[in-house]
Design a protein around this ligand. Structure first.
Ligand code: UD1
Ligand code: CA
Length: 457
């Protein structure tokens, strides 16, 4: 069925007036990815030979956002209709190609549906993706003849009462032979209610030339929905998230509430993973076996090993958490943090660009930055690595089995030897020797006969 080469044209020149935004509509995000990127990814999934993007408003922003994509850029200076938009891309279309026309603001179309359309096209020269909608308002209507073959598309604004009653609508997606597309596009005019060059006029032209217009009816109507405002954006975001949640649950993940789960990227999951409400996974995440993630946690580009427990309200970004670790509640792991096996990071702890070796614990109210920490270290509550001198960052090294007393400031660069004990309340700016007790602390005083002042009544 795919003996012809596939060339995709994505229409994305619309302004998106109803988004009330300085950003072009197609750059608004769905699941952490611009709308148009979803469409480009679908085209890539079909192994398209080329993807032409018809852009208009905010062209520089669109180009900038998509600079890593291999695209044929086609500017449409004035938005004179969908037919005119396709004309802007026609130069690079080969006669022998199958051309698939997509909209940049319709993000949920699946590969399966698009393959269905291409299959439905078969050896004919044109096929449409249509949908049966309970409320067809706003869409072009599909008019079929007595034999149920598509005859034409009538836009709502040009439609009679009878035609408006038709509930089968044009999704806007079509597949058409390159040579025919060129021929028919050259023949369309703008003599209609909107004074636009309608791509949909191709259908009548095809029928007049004796062609059979095939069609494929989409199963899930959400797939053809476009986005024109923030309400539709939020609606499709939820739809998309529900689908991702279904896929994860099908793989065995326990989601406490699939309606309160967000995946803005990709995740690889092991067995017996359970995720409580309001968890957000971003970027590329990996989660091992037997992992529990409590409510309100955000993972971004995080790699989580097996048997890990992440308690409520944690943020873990570009970090690796090894098997058996315990994190949170209220912990923040910033980029380049690595926790080795069975490490523990407790509440109100921030760790940045640090390596915490096996079994070490940072349980309460601490900042650990630019630190190389050994095994089985115990960091007392309120320990701060003073890693920044106002100009440069410096390293802190803490040896195996060291014990850092509470409320200690370690002024980097500094090295605490293995087995060293640091007395609570110390501020250290020199290295501490291995296996010794080191502290810096004002001596405690006792004042004899001192009385607390009292108010005279
Ligand atoms: C179009 C179809 C209609 C279909 C509907 C589905 C036509 C004439 N009508 O209507 O049958 O039911 O989509 O949503 O094709 N665009 C450009 N340049 C332009 C005009 C549009 O790039 O000059 C892009 C828009 O950015 C958008 C897409 O084409 O992504 C569709 O445009 P839109 O104005 O939404 O089309 P409709 O009039 O809704
Ligand atoms: Ca539309």
């Amino acid at each position: 069925m795919f003996d012809k080469q596939l060339q995709v044209i994505v229409l994305a020149a619309g302004k998106g007036t109803r988004m009330y935004s300085s950003k072009p509509k197609v750059l608004h995000g769905l699941a952490g990815k611009p709308l148009v990127q979803h469409v480009i990814d679908s085209a890539k999934a079909l192994s398209a030979e080329s993807i032409s993007l018809v852009y208009g408003h905010g062209g520089e922003q669109v180009k900038n956002m998509l600079k890593d994509e291999e695209l044929i850029w086609c500017e449409q200076k004035e938005q004179l209709g969908t037919g005119h938009a396709v004309q802007q891309a026609i130069e690079k279309i080969k006669d022998s190609s199958n051309v698939l026309i997509l909209y940049g603001d319709v993000p949920l179309l699946s590969k399966e549906t698009l393959e269905g359309l291409l299959e439905a096209k078969g050896k004919e020269s044109i096929a449409l993706l249509t949908a049966n909608l309970e409320n067809p308002t706003g869409y072009g209507r599909i008019v079929r003849n007595a034999n149920d073959i598509v005859e034409k598309i009538v836009e709502e604004k040009d439609a009679s009462e009878t035609i408006r009653e038709i509930t089968e609508v044009n999704s806007g997606v079509m597949a058409v032979d390159g040579d025919k597309l060129k021929l028919w596009l050259s023949k369309i005019g703008n003599n209609n209610a909107q004074g636009e060059y309608y791509l949909t006029d191709l259908i009548e032209l095809a029928v007049k030339e004796g062609e059979t217009v095939n069609s494929f009816i989409v199963e899930d109507n959400k797939e053809i929905e476009g986005i024109n405002n923030k309400i539709q954006l939020a609606d499709l975001e939820r739809e998309y998230q529900k689908r991702q949640a279904m896929i994860l649950m099908t793989k065995g993940v326990t989601l406490r509430d699939p309606n309160r789960f967000d995946l803005r990227g990709q995740v690889e999951v092991g067995q017996d993973v359970s995720i409580d409400i309001n968890v957000i996974l971003e970027g590329q995440c990996v989660i091992g076996n037997n992992v529990h993630i409590a409510a309100n946690t955000i993972l971004k580009d995080a790699v989580i090993g097996d048997n890990v427990e992440i308690l409520e309200n944690c943020i873990i970004e570009k970090s690796t958490v090894s098997n058996g670790c315990n994190i949170g509640p209220f912990a923040r792991l910033r980029p380049d943090t690595q926790l080795d096996e069975n490490a523990k990071v407790g509440n109100f702890v921030e760790i940045k660009k640090s390596h915490i070796a096996k079994g070490s614990k940072v349980n309460h109210l601490s900042y650990i930055g630019d630190t190389e920490m050994g095994e089985n270290v115990n960091i007392g509550a309120g320990t701060i690595t003073c890693n920044y001198d106002g100009a440069y960052k410096h390293l802190t090294k803490i040896g195996d089995n060291a014990f850092i007393g509470s409320n200690t400031a370690l002024v980097a660069p500094i090295e605490i030897g293995h087995g060293a004990t640091i007395g609570a309340g110390s501020t250290l700016n020199k290295d501490a020797e291995a296996d010794k007790l080191t502290f810096s602390r004002a001596p405690q005083k006792k004042i004899e006969g001192w009385k607390r002042p009292t108010k005279i009544k």
